[in-house]
Design a protein around this ligand. Structure first.
Ligand code: CTP
Ligand code: MG
Length: 187
């Protein structure tokens, strides 16, 4: 017995594809500093009141700028490819495609920074592995910053889907970056 018809599956898959297209700027922003960052630490070596680094040497201005630029440019490229199709994720207002990609990218970088701040407060050294904080804080803040633009794709089910898929994609991408020699550690 069929639980869902072919037409229902097609709708579900199209919605999942839209959710992925929507989040790609945040993924691009989060991943590009590994290749393009590494210079000018944001905390300038400053310590918090607990004596530990504020963010640590892994969070740099170059990485932040690269993440925002690459994520925003990626979003604009996606907008060109999808505008006017069923995969246009920001509706009809063209300005929202640029603003949305920018907000997702800024959110991803701020969330990543917040994740490192929390890791340092928990006493976790720079570059150590943290389940959830490494993979999901950037996503949470990216989605929070995008929410005021009310993208139709951000339904509760799609948000849940993005949290699950981002966790695994992040782990897979970091493992791949490690075996390709781009990252010292596989997380
Ligand atoms: N990176 C950067 N600037 C950022 C974020 C990342 O330059 N704002 C670069 C750094 O070279 C960093 C690498 O990307 O080492 C990997 O990033 P990430 O895994 O997020 O940082 P970690 O070094 O693991 O540090 P943390 O423990 O604080 O997450
Ligand atoms: Mg890390």
């Amino acid at each position: 017995m069929e639980i869902l018809s072919d037409a229902s599956w097609a709708l579900i898959l199209a919605d999942a594809a839209r959710a992925l297209i929507f989040i790609i700027p945040a993924w691009l922003a989060n991943s590009s500093p590994v290749l393009l960052g590494g210079l000018f630490p944001i905390d300038g070596g400053a310590k918090f009141s607990d004596g530990r680094p504020l963010f640590g040497r892994g969070k740099t201005w170059l990485g932040l700028a690269a993440g925002i630029c690459v994520g925003t440019l990626g979003g604009v490229l996606l907008a060109h490819l999808t505008y006017g199709t069923g995969f246009a994720v920001w509706g009809e207002n063209r300005a929202n495609y640029l603003l949305g990609a920018f907000l997702l990218s800024c959110g991803a970088m701020l969330g990543d920074l917040a994740g490192s701040f929390i890791k340092r407060r928990l006493g976790q050294g720079e570059g150590t592995q943290s389940y959830v904080l490494d993979q999901l804080t950037f996503l949470a803040v990216a989605i929070l910053l995008a929410l005021p633009l009310s993208p139709p794709v951000l339904t509760p089910i799609n948000i849940a889907f993005l949290f699950v898929i981002t966790y695994f994609v992040h782990r897979g991408a970091n493992w791949w970056a490690h075996i390709s020699g781009l990252k010292k550690v596989p997380w």
